[in-house]
Write a protein that binds this ligand. Structure first.
Ligand code: BG6
Length: 498
């Protein structure tokens, strides 16, 4: 495919007044514009139910940009002029016909060759309706290209995901669908492949002969904020594990693709997901642990228990923490546990991967009563971005003792909560027609297949909740999960190994 560096496109954002549009999409479009990655031939049509006007949306865009970036340059007015608004009823053909007319006008005005991105940044129950109405009303039939960007949640379980997929596939082909997983836009998540496949140091060791276990932690200090309603139907398993965490697992475990093309990379990731060991409903407790936060102190401030949050059932059975042990039953990974954990209201905000290497069979430098430090490769995803390699060296001086040596490489992370950059990248990729960092349907389907038995088990029985204090690293069972295998989580406080 020929890559055009400054794509010409209209972007239709369904749900422009929502949180996602304000926090991520508008700032990302602005950054692309500012960095010259978006040509002047673009227009954004904001869609919403409110009776807004072009003037209102432009003011909203300007305020959003100023709030985020401070007072910016003089081309702000010019940028905001590219935004249009349409009051919309997603079930009415009349609205789609208005949209069609507006798109034609804008394509003429900005000399855009009928390239259209439809970005669904709204409640998922409307995804299917919007996709089919776009088609029925002729909006997908263009002389350029047309793409559908879909936010999570992509379904609630395997069945609903399949149903949703059937609906959107009636209107868009798989190549036209861009399922966003914003973790795939993060700098250091994209770096996983480079670290693995561009370093002779790692790839030969990247298997069950040399790696004892892999740990992925994605911890948050935030609670559920204003999203109690959504979170009650989701929980940490669906919110984080089904998508972000399993995507990181597949990038860490995949075989080298034969070429760096979208299809080849996806096909290797899919193989990993196919090899995930299925956990039966009766056996979930041996592999997975759930938690829900109680009142506690986060960053010195007392915060309420989950059950007292807004729009949360006071006897909620929803998990706000998950830890689990995943096995990939293939030649490369047989017997190597991938431990994962994620949760809300934990002691610090951090996403990290730790690869623990096996110890040498006869380490000459440790005596019978000494414990060595295993070699670790730590990939810091956020807020700090970088790599740490833990080796062993000799303590300076005559004693001859060994000591862990830490080699650090750190990216200068631009922003500690760097999701706008992830969105910026992904939006740009979508404009360029590069779907590598989006989730293919097969990946979504396989992830739900894996997750479903765990969520079924947890729906059938009540958790012993709340079982961890806000501001800690989750329930004790999360520690036992590793201890019973002779391991430990390597990162339990902000200071360790950082
Ligand atoms: C989202 C989840 O997908 O990811 C949120 O819905 C979560 O609940 C967020 O807070 C975490 O993203 P990040 O980039 O802050 O790690």
């Amino acid at each position: 495919m020929t890559m055009v560096l400054e794509p010409k496109t209209t972007i239709v954002i369904f749900g422009i007044s929502g949180d996602l549009a304000k926090r991520k999409l508008i700032p990302s479009i602005y950054n692309l514009y500012n960095k010259g990655k978006l040509s002047k031939h673009f227009a954004v049509v904001g869609i919403g139910r409110r009776e807004w006007t072009n003037e209102i949306i432009r003011e909203m865009v300007c305020n959003t940009i100023t709030d985020i970036f401070g007072n910016t340059t003089s081309d702000m007015t010019d940028f905001c002029e590219h935004f249009y608004y349409l009051t919309f009823d997603v079930t009415s053909d009349y609205s789609y016909s208005n949209l069609h007319t507006l798109l034609k006008e804008l394509e003429e005005k900005y000399k855009i060759p009928e390239n259209r991105i439809n970005y669904l940044a709204m409640a998922p129950e409307f995804f299917g309706t919007i996709a089919s109405k776009l088609k029925e009303n002729g909006l997908t039939n263009t002389n350029g290209w047309t793409r559908l960007v879909i936010e999570k949640p992509f379904g609630h379980d395997l069945r609903s995901a399949q149903q949703l997929n059937r609906e959107i596939r009636e209107a868009f082909s798989e190549e036209e669908i861009y399922r966003i997983d914003h973790y795939l836009g993060k700098e250091m998540v994209q770096n996983i492949e480079v670290i693995r496949f561009a370093n002779v140091l790692f790839e030969p060791l990247w298997n069950n002969r040399y790696i004892s276990n892999v740990q992925i932690t994605s911890s948050e200090t935030l609670g559920v904020e204003e999203r109690g309603g959504y979170y009650e139907t989701s929980g940490a398993l669906r919110d984080m594990v089904q998508n972000h965490i399993l995507q990181m697992v597949s990038l860490l475990a995949m075989d080298p693709p034969i070429r760096l093309t979208t299809d080849e990379i996806r096909s290797e990731k899919i193989k990993v997901l196919r090899a995930l060991r299925h956990i039966s409903v009766n056996n979930v407790d041996s592999y997975f642990v759930r938690g829900q936060y109680d009142e506690g102190k986060v960053n010195g401030k007392v915060v309420p228990r989950y059950r007292n949050e807004n729009k949360v059932d006071p006897s909620s059975n929803t998990e706000t923490f998950v830890a689990g042990k995943i096995f990939i039953d293939n030649h490369r990974w047989a017997g190597v546990p991938f431990y994962i954990r994620t949760g809300k209201r934990l002691s610090f905000k951090s996403t990290k991967i730790v690869v623990q290497f096996k110890e040498l069979p006869m380490n000459l430098y440790f005596h019978d009563n000494e414990v060595g430090h295993p070699n670790l490769l730590i990939i810091h995803i956020q807020p700090d971005e970088g790599i740490t390699l833990m080796l062993n060296g000799k303590k300076i001086g005559p004693s001859g003792e060994t000591t862990p040596v830490q080699l650090d490489y750190s990216n200068n992370s631009i922003d500690s909560f760097n999701t706008p950059e992830a969105y910026e990248r992904l939006l740009h990729d979508c404009m360029l027609g590069d779907a590598t960092n989006f989730t293919h349907w097969d990946e979504v389907e396989l992830s739900w297949k894996f997750i479903d038995s765990i969520s079924t088990a947890w729906e059938e029985t009540r958790g012993n909740f709340p079982n961890y204090k806000a501001g800690t690293m989750g329930p004790n069972e999360s520690e036992y999960l590793l201890e019973k295998d002779g391991f430990r989580w390597w990162l339990f406080s902000t200071n360790e190994n950082e």
